[in-house]
Design a protein around this ligand. Sequence first.
Ligand SMILES: Nc1ncnc2c1ncn2[C@@H]1O[C@H](COP(=O)(O)OP(=O)(O)OP(=O)(O)O)[C@@H](O)[C@H]1O
Ligand SMILES: [Mg+2]
Length: 439
Amino acid sequence: MQRLLVVEDDSAVRNNIVMCLELEGFQVESVGSTREALVKLDGGAYPVVLSDIYLDERTGLDVLRAARTARSDCAVILMSGRGSMETVMAATRGGAFDYLAKPFDLDDMVEKVRRAFASLEEPEEAETRIDDIPETDMIGSSPMMVDIFKVLAKVSPTDATILIEGETGTGKELIARMVHRFSKRAEKNFIAVDCGSIPPSLLESELFGALKGSFTGADRDRVGVFEAANGGTIFLDEIGDIDLNFQAKLLRVLQEREIRPLGSPRGKPIDVRIVAATNKNVRQFVEEGKFREDLWFRLDVVRVELPPLRERRGDVPLLAQTFLDRYNTRYQTQAILTDSGVRALDSHTWPGNVRQLQHMMERLVILSPRGRIDESAVREAIADGEGRESAGETLEEAKVEQLRKVLAATGGNKSKAAKILGIERKTLYRLIERFGLDK
Ligand SMILES: Nc1ncnc2c1ncn2[C@@H]1O[C@H](COP(=O)(O)OP(=O)(O)OP(=O)(O)O)[C@@H](O)[C@H]1O
Ligand SMILES: [Mg+2]
């Protein structure tokens, strides 16, 4: 008989799980608190434990630890409704066997339990340590995001090159930063380079450095990004934008792990981890001969394809709530999101992805009358934003009062205010001047 322990504080969920597993022929014991779980685990070992993460004053990670103390090869499956990179990372690093994002499909759960029992027959891997997991803010509990978190939990600690593909605002840079933070290089530098915004003629000196006098304007030695990031991580953003000439140079550096600053006769060895990102279809560039295939292979070691927000609907409410909390704290407001507000956010397609949703939440928190973000507030804000994007200056007719509020909330920070309002900074300056708001 296959025996397992279920730890879940919500009795309805717990009963469901137990019933379902018993029907599948497992021998299930269940408890509703960490205290009872620890007593059980103290009294004997279980081959498989299924535990919620957020329980009471202690968490599923404590259950995990106790379960593995009682039996070092215990397969622990952790579940959580608060899907975030942090929880999945913590679970994976703590040696959890698997992770289930709530709400889950019961068949899925049974499958994971079966796999957990099967794993016990396989030889054990080296045990991992539970470290202090730094706070992260990558949110998502959709199956696609959880899968990405799992991949990242595995590859972050290695030196593997990672390539991130995704539309604008999907979190590519955030992921690159997480990878660095969860790597052995975390104490060293993380440097982001936007390859698309540096003129091709300057990329080489910017990345590899230059000796004084090596080109016009080089009035002193310049340290390149590769050297500045030595021991750390370089984030090569918009990698699809570099020209063929520079692609060849970058390839050489990646192959030889050595840079040669402009004007220098000697190479310098470097040790950097590369994370690259693109929102273009670089594979198509390869086919069209615009991107070197050999460089592509070098970069495409571990590929993370970030789905656009419209393909991970389930994450919208979670993200919206997280941003709501964040901006309520920042602006000392108590805005709340009503059910109809959540539905309205959820049914929008968000062409600007998470970034756009984030800005929208910031705007809503500041502008919502009486702090209620309901369907009409969301619809109005979305229509407003879209109008502004296409008409540029329709804010003119909009309430000056809003402008005033946003400026007050941002402490007069104009680029911030422009972002929240969804208008260009130039436009904001003009409006401030026109309505005399700078007093
Ligand atoms: N899953 C997420 N959880 C929380 N915040 C997120 C998430 N994804 C993105 N964000 C936030 O959205 C904003 C945009 O993310 P980021 O800059 O990483 O996107 P990007 O893919 O690099 O976009 P672009 O292609 O336009 O450069 C950032 O403020 C980031 O913190
Ligand atoms: Mg980016």
